[in-house]
Design a protein around this ligand. Structure first.
Ligand code: HEM
Length: 364
């Protein structure tokens, strides 16, 4: 391994003089130091550093998926890096507790000095949302802030590029669409799956109809719910139905990608599908942890400022709460569980196909 030509100094390497002189409380400048403003700054800076690391990991995962064929080893690397992102997100969630040691009254000592700055102006957070693939209409534009954020030119260009380039969602969708397992010569998988679904729904209908503990109203409600589930299945089985759901915004992934993701979930015990399954599961983890952060942040904002509007001009707590459900990126992967059938009902794969999905080495 190469060595540095000069002895490395800890503080110089980490650029600590720059880092540690980057906290400038406004309350000190205003001549009325507020003790907790230092905590407020340090926590936000720590977040931005972690956002930087998360963007670094996401960028590298996206590079791996940009190719027309993704090497199996790359899927392993992607899973590893996305798992790291998820671990960082857990730290990000916990960090809010540190900030919550500041009381609302302590915050009021310096809050007005910060107007109109706000989390709305966090370019890295917008980049993160864009790169993951949050739908365009759902992203709060930087201009939403009453004062345009002062963004360094290179970062602004990154942001513009992230709007135009394929997101992680797009790349994963293309990768799913390319999976070779959907055409299984000589094996009518989807017909058999449809049969299993019908048997399962018929059994559920019979259970509801014969349940003596249900009142007629409850029975009717449960049968209506079952009918909705049946309609959801229709989307997987029939591409035209799926396209309608896509047009109305209820589905986002293409029909082919949805089927591939479902196949991976159903047959995840097959050796060749282990890594693809872990990848899909980790994407759901990352999305779930981001939603959890949005919710925790909204709760913290509620206890800090009640129902006041934010320094960035939004409705504050209520605006943030609305983003929790609305801003899920991989919603289709969450919804896949609706289409799972029990292992005992799974169509049995022909031996030749099972062999192809396993790792078979001829004996010497
Ligand atoms: C006392 C603590 C905090 C309060 C009272 C607070 C308040 C708010 C409010 C009210 C908003 C909505 C925009 C607005 O009108 O200003 C917001 C957005 C945001 N905040 Fe915070 N925040 C706090 C801490 C944090 C921390 C530690 C972070 C970490 C980076 C953060 C990141 C963000 C981000 C990224 C947004 C934009 C969210 C979106 O548009 O979906 N906030 N914050």
């Amino acid at each position: 391994m190469a060595r540095s030509p000069e002895p490395v100094d800890y503080g110089e390497y980490l650029q600590l003089p720059k880092l540690l002189s980057s906290q400038a409380p406004k309350s000190v400048a205003a001549g009325a130091p507020a003790h907790d403003e230092m905590l407020f700054i340090v926590v936000h800076q720590t977040y931005e550093l972690w956002f930087k690391q998360v963007l670094h990991e996401l960028g590298s995962v996206m590079d791996l998926f940009r190719h027309d064929s993704v090497d199996e080893r790359s899927v392993g690397v992607a899973v590893h890096r996305l798992e790291r992102v998820a671990e960082i997100q857990k730290v990000l969630l916990d960090q809010l507790r540190v900030l919550e040691t500041m009381t609302p009254l302590d915050f009021l000592e310096f809050r007005d000095l910060l107007v109109p700055a706000s989390g709305f102006q966090s370019v890295q957070f917008r980049l993160l949302e864009n790169r993951l693939g949050l739908r365009r209409g759902l992203r709060a534009p930087l201009e939403r802030s009453p004062a345009p954020a002062k963004v360094p030119e290179a970062m602004r260009q990154d942001l513009v590029a992230s709007e135009a380039e394929p997101s992680l969602f797009d790349l994963v969708e293309r990768w799913l669409e390319r999976t070779p397992f959907l055409e299984l010569p000589g094996f009518a998988f989807w017909e058999q799956y449809a049969g299993a679904v019908k048997r399962m729904l018929d059994a559920d209908r019979a259970t509801i109809s014969s349940n003596p503990t249900l009142s007629p109203t409850d029975r009717e409600a449960q049968l209506r719910e079952l009918q909705r589930t049946a309609e959801s299945f229709a989307g997987v089985l029939d591409e035209a139905v799926h396209e309608k759901l896509r047009a109305s915004g209820e589905r986002r992934l293409s029909h082919r990608a949805t089927r591939a993701a479902l196949f991976i979930h159903l047959y995840r015990d097959q050796p060749i599908l282990h890594l693809p399954f872990r990848l899909l599961r980790t994407l759901v983890d990352v999305d779930e942890l981001l939603s959890a952060w949005r919710y925790r942040h909204a709760l913290m904002v509620h206890r800090m400022i009640g129902t006041k509007i934010g320094t960035g001009g939004s409705a504050g707590h209520n605006y943030l709460l609305a983003t929790v459900e609305r801003n899920k990126v991989f919603l289709d992967l969450f919804n896949l569980s609706t289409f799972l059938i029990s292992r005992s009902e799974l169509p049995v794969l022909p031996t030749e196909i099972e062999r192809r999905l396993g790792f078979h080495f001829p004996r010497e």
